[in-house]
Design a protein around this ligand. Structure first.
Ligand code: APR
Length: 393
């Protein structure tokens, strides 16, 4: 098989890239290890910056988003038993964010792709990317499950959109890139609950017992998180204990948290990672393959979109003019936004989590930061601007 851009991975990054390239007339093929049902069910992020929602609309994937997405014009920061609303439009020139689950973004993009977009092969697991530093890279993949048939895809460029544990990272020769990693001394216990959200907007609490987040998947499903120590097992947290702790950390005035059946419960660690540069020869990385952010600022999906918009522009320019100038600047252009998101995600994380061993002085510093970002200050405007994100197109 042969194509212009071989895309590894049909997560949001690979699917949006395929859509953008297709519209620009650049040939591509998407190889996805899993089957369609698995990819469409995988629970992940759910907050789209205005820029991400605009890109989806621009490429024809905005109909259901506009019907079902929940537009949020602000969120609340809670601490010391008080609620402080951060209003986004008034501080960002009118920008908002939209809650629309990643599963739905993926379903919409897959449907468009299968309606006449470029080929998308499910059950096609990439096992190697070869000759990335030559003129004609080669992607080896296996179809038909374990012991299946090995096939090859010859391309001009390869887009590594295969997440944190994909084949693209493994194709980077030792010493070709620098990998920056930070881990955090706490994790998130997340639940999906069959109960209508107790608030129209997101509530983020910076309690001295630890962080808590009240969010929503749909008008009937709540998504809630608690900071827990690393190595916590979900079994240590029976449902009642979770609700009791959420009540304590999210408390503000007469507000009440509605409880309901817990549908899923899981613990995940927080980490930051950046691969620099995001390119090796003709292999360009995007999304989780290139970087990870802690979820505190909901930047993962939006960063992935930022990467592939930049990548699609670079490939389109090369395809039309023969110039590789934008491909050559791809990594630098992305990394500016990536580091900005790393910084903001790190700030939000340390602003709201209780670090193990933190003392009264640390807490006073944290409360001072919280009061600054919720007061009528430049710090508040900076928070709103980073939260809402910059336009992508
Ligand atoms: N061959 C083919 N496909 C692969 C391979 C492989 N060897 N390894 C992984 N994949 C596929 C995965 O099955 C997955 O569908 O690559 C896809 C990667 O998708 P994501 O992990 O969703 O990553 P990305 O598209 O970069 O999405 C950005 O934003 O919300 C955050 O972390 C969250 O997934 C989200 C990310």
């Amino acid at each position: 098989m042969r194509t212009t851009v071989g895309i590894i991975g049909a997560g949001p990054a690979g699917l949006l890239l395929a859509r953008l390239l297709h519209r620009a007339g650049v040939d591509c093929v998407v190889l996805e290890a899993r089957d369609r049902a698995y990819v469409e069910r995988r629970q992940r992020a759910g907050m789209l910056e205005q820029g991400s929602a605009d890109v989806l609309r621009e490429c024809g994937a905005g109909d259901r988003l506009d019907r079902e997405g929940l537009v949020h014009r602000g969120f609340e920061l809670r601490f010391e038993g008080e609620a402080h609303r951060v209003d986004l439009p008034s501080m960002t020139g009118g920008r908002t964010v939209t809650l629309y689950p990643q599963t739905e973004v993926v379903k919409d993009l897959i449907a468009l792709q299968l309606e006449g977009g470029p080929p998308l092969l499910f059950g096609a697991r990439v096992v190697a990317v070869e000759k990335a530093d030559g003129e004609q890279p080669l992607v080896r993949f296996v179809t038909g499950g374990p012991g299946g048939q090995e096939r090859t895809l010859e391309c001009e460029y390869v887009a590594g959109c295969d997440g944190s544990y994909g084949a693209s990272r493994r194709a980077l020769p030792p010493g070709a890139v620098r990998i920056h990693v930070r881990t955090y001394p706490y994790s998130w216990l997340g639940i999906l609950a069959d109960v209508a959200p107790s608030s129209d907007e997101l509530l983020l609490a910076g309690h001295e017992r630890g962080f808590a987040l009240h969010s929503m998947r749909t008008p009937a499903l709540s998504r809630l998180y608690l900071q827990v120590p690393n190595d916590t097992s979900p079994d240590d947290w029976p449902d009642e204990r979770i609700w009791d702790e959420l009540d304590i950390r999210l408390a503000a005035g007469s507000w009440r948290l509605q409880r309901g059946p817990v549908l899923t419960k899981s613990v995940s660690g927080l980490r930051s990672l950046v691969i620099e540069p995001m390119r090796h020869g003709r292999l360009l990385l995007a999304g989780d393959a290139a970087h990870i952010v802690p979820p505190s600022a909901a930047k993962g999906l939006n960063l992935a979109f930022g990467d592939v918009v930049t990548m699609a522009r670079a490939f389109t320019h090369w395809h039309r003019s023969g110039s590789t100038s934008l491909i050559d600047r791809y990594s630098d252009n992305c990394l500016r936004r990536v580091w900005q998101a790393q910084y903001f995600s790190h700030e939000m994380t340390t602003l709201l989590h209780a670090a193990p061993g933190a003392d009264a002085y640390d807490r006073a510093m944290q409360l001072t930061r919280l009061r600054r970002v919720t007061g009528p200050t430049a710090a508040a405007a900076e928070l709103a601007e980073n939260y809402a994100g910059a336009p992508l197109i």
